[in-house]
Design a binder for this molecule. Structure first.
Ligand SMILES: Nc1ncnc2c1ncn2[C@@H]1O[C@H](COP(=O)(O)OP(=O)(O)OP(=O)(O)O)[C@@H](O)[C@H]1O
Ligand SMILES: [Mg+2]
Length: 935
């Protein structure tokens, strides 16, 4: 079951909503409704039960989560509540299993149904918000986001028995499955067509998932000379007759398999080539049977293939054993036991009557006899890959073997991630060498990229640095970033070489890497998982005492050490001079990888507990005298209080931040604080203040920009931050100008903001600009407005920002209505999409906006009742939020609607209220149409 975390408690449950990539699977049985009209209701009930059982068990087999059954359809998620690094693959395997099992179901039901049934399946991978959404008691775990809609649309497009995957899912799984391209499908509610791929089946021999060979990019082995030397030294010791156990330990993707492969290549090229027997076992993340490692070694040794018949497999095993020349009786004995391990029918029945202890003893002895016989012929190298997924019985067996055969020409090479305790296989009787694979140095990472692409000139320097920095020495991360850049068309093949199509390229965290990291975090028990998320909120490195203030006593030394042991955290060296007040400083820890912090931070559920945490962080910053930290945390707290509806306290926090920084040259932070105050003033209807703060923000931001342009910056981070502040300030000023009715000036400022943001890859700022421009253009040029919103929407989807998506849908609705002047169907769809998103995200202050649009559309369509419902709901929210620009359109809409419905008294009442709001807030008539949509 997917919910089982280490301590049995689902770590994600009850933690509010989190953001994560998942693979969504929709399967549906067409024609069920027609069937239910013909069949006996009792039969229908049983059939439905049968079907649901079939689908749910396939999902659970691959550790997915059945989110819901609707009618005769099922929605399942792979990647939430617990992520695996291969979730897209698991979803496809579950879909295939369902399809296969339908044959049996049809066999059982064909007589009664008179025809066979088939599933229609759609699968898509993308970002969602996951969690127990909504606060009603008993609210179920669910995911929401556009990813769900796309999967559902693919399912609707799939024919009987067909499994359609989106392009993203296809890209992530094509190494292990066969697909047929279906072409572009245009889908209801989607502007751009969606490319679909028909799943044919799983490949018998999957291609490697790692590496970029498919793109013609191959890198030589970089670094690792020392480790290779250690492997060879152990090998030499083994040749002299001393059994060797070598552990290769390192994070996912750091290069264990690669090093092991290079070691083998070296052996094959050397003097011992052909004189050593090499046997390899792989453990699978899908789970291993008892003695899975032994079974895997036997399959390799005797060439037993997964699709061999039992008879063929037995023959292979027996002839292999005969070649060892141990005598007929011994061969028969070993063959029986090993046949059992391989699951060969006859032997299995024969051995099943044994007591468990007796059975284990027989297996151990048979394995030992086999290996001894093998060692008579030549030295033996046993390689066990991914030992972290091996079953406990296999580990015990390996330990038994090295314990009993300490002085042979036997080498056991184990590769595993730091999550397992190797003590279980380490015997005091054989030499054990432990090789920890550290991340590659920046120099080696540079060399790796250069080895892939050739001379560095081909890859712009900034992009090169960005990739190397973000990969943090993990070659798998590095490869995946490159893969993503190729898939997104940023890196394109150009004759014999490669060129980069964007000067300001985006290097975001690919789904594959997120999957690997989230699967580690999700597997932590609830307490360490929460502590890790809280640490991520503080930053990439943190003081232990500060974390304790945030997380309480649960952030104990023991827990931090445990997190250090599994290499999520590392302790920083103590006593670096000149850094902070030394005597007061506690131990410092850092995330071993910046991406782990990033993913943990994004995934953390901020809502319920964030306020408390930040208050504690603030106390920490105050006690250590960290002024900039105090200002930053004050700003964060301010935005959280604002989101929680407490504007007074929000303003108090922003002011406190400004006070702390009085006389300091922290221009960027000052710009951010002024910015927030400007936004707050704007939303409260105080335009003069809004202009004033926005101008101060701009001045500080430009100051910061000038300073960073002259400073020597290694990463360019300061320049980026300054650019973000400038972009933001222009935007806020533009919005304030729009409020004064100065539309041309407003447009010019916001266009400037977008230009700055685009240049510095500030995608969220670009989204914000597009959303605002989309509305400002709509009165002058609706076509351009639609295009701008659509571009913004595409970008918001790309960065997985649901809040922006909802704003852009609402603004798109306005643009559509302006274009046709009669509120068409597309406008309705867009507004409805925004309402749905806001409801799911709990974004109440924005929800009023698309509700108003829906009210206007229904009013225009001559559906007054529906219009009334929407206006009323919008008004309830607007009154709670208290923003004049939301209140005005509600009163105004209700007034005209009541007039149309003949209720003059109510109309008058609303009209007066509308006027009062307008006067109180000094709203300009020109601005009224656009203000609710600006931010
Ligand atoms: N030193 C290196 N030089 C060049 N490429 C490397 C190096 N180390 C790893 N790679 C490449 O990086 C990718 C990831 O490495 P690899 O699969 O060996 O990681 P791993 O540690 O075995 O991960 P996992 O724990 O997931 O099995 C592979 O494509 C590999 O070829
Ligand atoms: Mg590996």
């Amino acid at each position: 079951m997917p919910r089982a975390a280490d301590d049995g408690a689902p770590a994600s449950e009850g933690a509010g909503a989190d953001r994560r990539p998942v693979t969504v699977l929709f399967a549906d049985l067409s024609g069920f409704t027609a069937l239910s009209e013909r069949l006996d209701p009792e039969d229908i009930r049983v059939l439905q039960g049968d079907l649901f059982q079939l689908m749910a068990s396939a999902v659970e087999r691959y550790e997915g989560f059945v989110e819901k059954f609707v009618g005769d359809a099922m929605m399942a998620i792979f990647g939430a509540p617990v992520a695996h690094e291969d979730d897209p693959e698991r979803a496809l395997r579950a879909a295939l299993a369902m399809r296969e099992r339908m044959a049996a179901l049809n066999g059982r039901w064909a007589g009664r149904l008179g025809r066979s049934l088939a599933l229609h399946t759609g699968i898509h991978t993308g970002p969602v918000v996951a969690g127990t959404l909504g606060s009603t008691p008993g609210a179920a775990y669910a995911v929401t986001g556009d990813t769900v809609n796309t999967a559902s649309r693919l399912q609707a497009a799939a024919g009987a028995g067909e499994i359609l995957a989106s392009r993203v899912t296809y890209r992530l799984t094509q190494h292990a499955f066969e697909f047929e391209a279906v072409g572009d499908l245009s889908m209801k509610g989607k502007a751009a067509p969606v490319a679909a791929y028909r799943l044919v089946g799983a490949l018998a021999i999957p291609r490697p998932a790692r590496g970029l060979e498919a793109h013609g990019l191959v890198a030589r082995l970089v670094g690792r000379d020392e480790e290779l030397g250690q492997l060879i030294a152990a090998f030499q010791r083994m040749l002299s007759g001393r059994t060797q156990v070598v552990s290769l330990i390192g994070e996912a993707g750091v290069g264990k398999s690669r090093l092991q492969a290079e070691f083998l290549t070296k052996l094959e090229a050397g003097e011992h080539s052909g004189k050593i027997a090499v046997r390899r076992a792989n453990s699978s993340s899908l789970g291993e049977k008892t003695y899975g490692v032994l079974a895997s070694l036997l399959q390799e040794a005797y060439g037993v293939a997964p699709d061999d018949s039992l008879e063929a497999a037995r023959r292979k095993l027996e002839s292999g054993l005969e070649a060892l020349d141990v005598g007929a009786e011994e061969t028969a004995r070993i063959a029986a036991v090993l046949g059992y391990v391989l699951g060969l029918g006859q032997e299995e029945t024969r051995m099943r009557h044994l007591e468990p202890e007796q059975l284990k003893r027989q297996i151990f002895l048979a394995a030992r006899a086999l290996i001894e016989a093998r060692l008579e012929a030549s030295p033996l190298l046993l390689i066990v890959e991914d030992l972290h997924w091996a079953d406990p019985a296999s580990l015990e067996l390996l330990r038994f073997l090295v314990d009993r055969l300490p002085d042979r020409r036997l080498m056991l090479l184990l590769a595993y991630r730091p999550t397992v305790d190797a003590a279980i296989v380490v015997s005091s009787r054989a030499t054990h060498t432990s090789i920890r694979l550290e991340p590659l140095s920046p120099k080696d990472s540079d060399a790796l990229l250069a080895s892939l692409f050739g001379p560095v000139e081909r890859c712009p320097e900034r992009l090169h640095t960005l990739i190397v920095e973000r990969a943090g020495g993990n070659p798998f991360y590095l490869e995946e970033m490159v893969r993503n850049l190729i898939a997104n068309g940023v890196l394109v093949r150009d004759g014999g070489g490669w060129t980069c199509t964007a000067d300001a390229a985006i290097v975001d965290v690919p789904v594959t890497i997120r999957g690997v990291i989230l699967s580690r975090l999700d597997r932590l028990a609830a307490v360490p998982r929460r502590v890790i998320q809280e640490a991520a909120v503080i930053g990439a490195s943190f003081d232990q005492r500060l974390l304790r203030m945030v997380s309480g006593d649960q952030a104990s030394e023991a827990l931090l050490e445990a997190l250090t042991d599994i290499e999520l955290l590392a302790e920083e060296p103590q006593g670096r001079s000149g850094e902070g007040p030394a005597p007061a400083a506690g131990r410092r820890y850092r995330f071993t990888h910046a991406l782990v912090q990033e993913v943990a931070y994004e995934n953390s559920s901020e809502r319920a507990t964030a306020l408390e945490h930040y208050e504690a962080v603030l106390a920490g910053c105050t006690s250590t005298g960290d002024l900039c930290g105090q200002a930053r945390v004050n700003r964060k707290l301010g935005t959280l209080y604002w989101a929680a509806g407490d504007r007074e306290r929000a303003l108090g926090c922003f002011r406190a931040g400004l006070n702390v920084l009085r006389g300091q040259r922290e221009h960027i932070e000052l710009a951010h604080l002024y910015q927030e105050m400007g936004r707050l003033a704007f939303r409260s209807g105080d335009n003069n203040r809004a202009m004033e703060w926005a101008e101060r923000a701009l001045a500080q931001a430009e100051h910061a920009g000038r300073e960073s342009a002259t400073a020597v910056s290694e990463t360019g981070e300061e320049t980026r931050e300054a650019a973000a502040a400038v972009a933001h300030a222009y935007n806020t000023l533009g919005v304030a100008l729009a409020r004064l009715g100065k539309m041309d000036e407003a447009v010019a400022h916001i266009e400037r903001s977008v230009a700055v943001a685009e240049k510095a890859d500030l995608l969220q700022a670009v989204c914000r600009g597009f959303a605002n421009l989309g509305v400002l253009y709509s009165t002058l040029n609706p076509g351009r407005a639609i295009e701008t919103c659509a571009r913004g929407l595409e970008l918001a989807k790309k960065i997985g920002d649901l809040a922006f998506q909802s704003r852009l849908y609402a603004n798109l609705a306005v643009a559509y209505c302006a274009l046709t002047n009669r509120c068409d169907e597309k406008g309705l769809c867009a507004a409805q999409a925004a309402v749905d998103l806001d409801r799911r995200l709990g974004q109440l202050d924005h929800l009023a906006v698309p509700l108003i649009v829906l009210g206007q559309i229904y009013q225009c369509h001559g559906e007054p009742e529906r219009a009334l419902t929407h206006y009323r709901e919008a008004l309830t929210i607007a009154e709670e939020v208290g923003e004049p620009q939301l209140l005005f359109p509600c009163y105004d809409g209700l007034a005209t609607l009541c007039l149309e419905m003949g209720d003059d008294q109510q109309a008058e009442h609303h009209l007066l209220k509308a006027q009062a709001v307008c006067e109180r807030a000094g709203l300009e008539p020109d601005a009224l149409a656009v203000l609710p949509f600006l931010d």
